[in-house]
Design a protein around this ligand. Structure first.
Ligand code: PGA
Length: 262
């Protein structure tokens, strides 16, 4: 069954006190909320910067259905890679997820498909579930190549996996032109692409796998537009950047997702 997932990608934001009060704000908001239904069908994921992973893990201790993710991991197992952090380290602090292939990593850090698949491999070996990001650039959408681009991104990466491994992946469709720009994909554009991705998964891995893979939308998704995006039948949740830095907004988006029928 497809799980609903909402993940907050904090990116390079927050000092230690800010990180603490954000997590506390989210936990308080969740505790006080009377508007969350079917809590057991929904996973909440927080992806803070590396230095706060352990702290966040401690803060959510004993809270059901809330998990910690890293925003990245390195593509080698261990050794002389100054400044890098391995999947094994992330897993050892109790994180359950890792974001891989975010467009900012692909763009600023030149991460290519081969490197991303090494990361996915190491993540799975260390019991981390990859939240794998794909999405087209603005000129690719304008020239109507977005389906082709997304299909190729999948073919070059996670479609090379064995079916059993692939089932542990979460896909995040993030049109690059919508990330941090305030330009959200319309619900129809998101639905159209999510349904396309789901069809490709079906062709590649079969019907059973389709029903196991959650596909999240990301890109200027916020408390105001979440309801219309999450209402789409193939949108199983969101990877949220800016709006996940405000406890109230993030909790409101969690409420919205919990109340959708899938
Ligand atoms: P945004 O970021 O919500 O700030 O657009 C989303 C993401 O990059 O994951």
């Amino acid at each position: 069954m497809r799980r609903k997932i909402i993940a907050g990608n904090w990116k390079m934001n927050n000092t230690l006190p800010e990180a603490t009060s954000l997590v506390e704000g989210i936990l308080n908001g969740l505790e006080q909320s009377t508007n969350i239904t079917n809590r057991d069908l929904l996973d909440i994921v927080l992806a803070p910067p590396y230095p706060y992973l352990n702290l966040c893990k401690d803060l959510i201790k004993g809270k059901q259905g809330i998990y910690i993710a890293a925003q990245n991991c390195y593509s080698e197992e261990k050794g002389a890679y100054t400044g890098e952090v391995s999947a094994a380290m992330i897993s050892s602090i109790g994180a359950k997820y890792v974001i891989i292939g975010h467009s900012e990593r692909r763009n600023y850090f030149r991460e290519n498909s081969q490197m991303l698949m090494k990361k996915v491999d190491l993540a799975l070996k260390n019991n981390l579930r990859p939240i794998f990001c794909i999405g087209e650039l603005i000129h690719e959408r304008q020239s109507e190549r977005h389906f082709k681009v997304v299909r190729q991104q999948l073919a070059d990466t996670v479609f090379l996996m064995k079916e059993n491994d692939f089932r542990r992946i979460i896909i995040a469709y993030e049109p690059v032109w919508a990330i941090g720009t305030g330009l959200t994909a319309t619900p129809e554009q998101a639905q159209e692409m999510h349904s396309f991705i789901r069809q490709l998964i079906g062709v590649k891995f079969g019907r059973k796998t389709i029903n196991n893979i959650s596909i999240l939308y990301g890109g200027s998704c916020n408390a105001a537009n979440a309801a219309s995006l999450f209402a789409m039948p193939d949108v199983d949740g969101g990877l949220i950047g800016g709006a996940s830095l405000k406890a109230g907004d993030f909790v409101s988006m969690i409420e919205t997702l919990s109340n959708t029928n899938k």
